[in-house]
Design a protein around this ligand. Structure first.
Ligand code: TYD
Length: 203
């Protein structure tokens, strides 16, 4: 089966990954690749409806994790696997590392529970590359305040976001071959320079 490239973008809220997503898509398109830009939770009609609930509706942490993976299951079946099979580059704004960071680190669910859902839903598929946009929580907070109205996750306290960041960095330490940490504290140009370096060999 012809296989495209699966790249995910991760980071705490305010890290700036969304700013870089379209630019990354442009890099791949300029080299002649077919690119699919998508996001989680979301990416399918059902997934986007689940997203609307997840970002607004109070719910138990376990329900939240299950709905994240339900949206992901649909996303994998309806969009990600078919696009990869067609040889496309799939750029996904957040994926399963976010569940380990937010539902695991942030909400305190055991990683072993999430691993059961990951095994079930992924069926062995993993991103080829994950770009983790990392920056200190104090700076992320300033950026969040400057750019948007807060959703249910962004309204969480500083210690929640600090736990999310720590869980992301732990994931990166465990999967150094897949997850590349990008220092997102600098200017857009400084971040782009790092991205170009990391992507050498993938473009
Ligand atoms: P985000 O990707 O930051 O979108 P926007 O830039 O439009 O705010 O918002 C998605 C939120 O969902 C984010 O706060 C993290 C959360 N999330 C989880 O808690 N678990 C997950 O598995 C995923 C994919 C996202």
């Amino acid at each position: 089966m012809k296989r495209g490239l699966f790249i995910t973008l991760e980071g705490v809220d305010g890290a700036g990954k969304s700013t870089h997503l379209e630019w990354l898509a442009g890099l791949f398109r300029a080299r002649g690749h077919a690119v699919r830009v998508t996001r989680e939770p979301g990416g399918t009609p059902l997934g986007e409806r689940l997203r609307a609930l997840l970002l607004t509706e109070p719910m138990h942490a376990e329900t939240e994790a299950l709905l994240m993976f339900a949206a992901r299951c649909e996303h994998l079946h309806a969009l990600i696997r078919p696009a990869l099979a067609a040889g496309e580059v799939v750029l996904c704004d957040r994926f399963t590392d976010a569940s380990y960071a937010y539902q695991g680190g942030g909400r305190g669910l055991p990683a072993a529970r999430l691993a059961i859902l990951e095994d079930w839903v992924h069926g062995g598929l993993q991103p080829d590359l994950t770009l983790l946009f990392d920056l200190p929580e104090a700076l992320a907070q300033v950026r969040r305040a400057a750019t948007r109205t807060a959703d249910r996750f962004e309204r969480e306290q500083t210690d929640f976001h600090a736990r999310v960041r720590a869980a992301y960095l732990q994931r990166a330490a465990r999967h150094p071959e897949r997850i590349r940490v990008i220092d997102a504290s600098g200017s857009i140009e400084a971040v782009r320079a790092q991205l170009e370096q990391v992507l050498t060999g993938w473009l």
